[in-house]
Write a protein that binds this ligand. Structure first.
Ligand SMILES: [Zn+2]
Length: 142
């Protein structure tokens, strides 16, 4: 019986801990602006230029250059080069979207874990309540 009580306590502690983490993660998320108008994701790439005499052919690649990884009309993956003028404005926005998605993923992960633990706790408590009637007095000490 002591074992089960320890489990409930453990679960309650895990839930408290997760709620704390979730609160932090949500406040991080609320501090990041999302830009839904941006398509695709930002990738920084090293590239070969194609000139046969260039040193990039020996592995000394050019870059990094900023590209937008996205899809064309037929759904094929393409990389669009970000030109010099757009770099200063677009890159920070894309990076902010990246941070937003990462923060959102961690909020969702924590929410999922939290509901999992709450379920476990509910089951555990139900288990214990169900047993109470038929166990010795010791188990009822709470
Ligand atoms: Zn080259």
């Amino acid at each position: 019986m002591r074992k089960e009580q320890a489990d409930v306590k453990e679960l309650e502690n895990s839930i408290k801990d997760l709620e704390l983490q979730l609160g932090k993660a949500e406040s991080v998320l609320s501090g990041i602006k999302y830009h839904p108008e941006l398509k695709g994701t930002l990738v920084m790439k090293y590239v070969k230029c194609g000139r046969p005499s260039c040193e990039c052919q020996q592995g000394k690649l050019h870059g990094k250059y900023a590209y937008i990884k996205t899809k064309d009309e037929e759904g094929r993956q393409i990389f669009k080069y970000i030109k010099g003028k757009d770099k200063e404005t677009l890159i920070p926005l894309y990076e902010e979207n990246k941070r937003y998605k990462k923060a959102l993923a961690s909020v969702n992960k924590l929410k999922k874990a939290l509901s999992h633990y709450k379920n476990l706790l509910r089951k555990e408590k139900k288990n214990q309540n169900g047993k109470k009637g038929q166990t010795c007095g010791q188990a009822q000490k709470d």
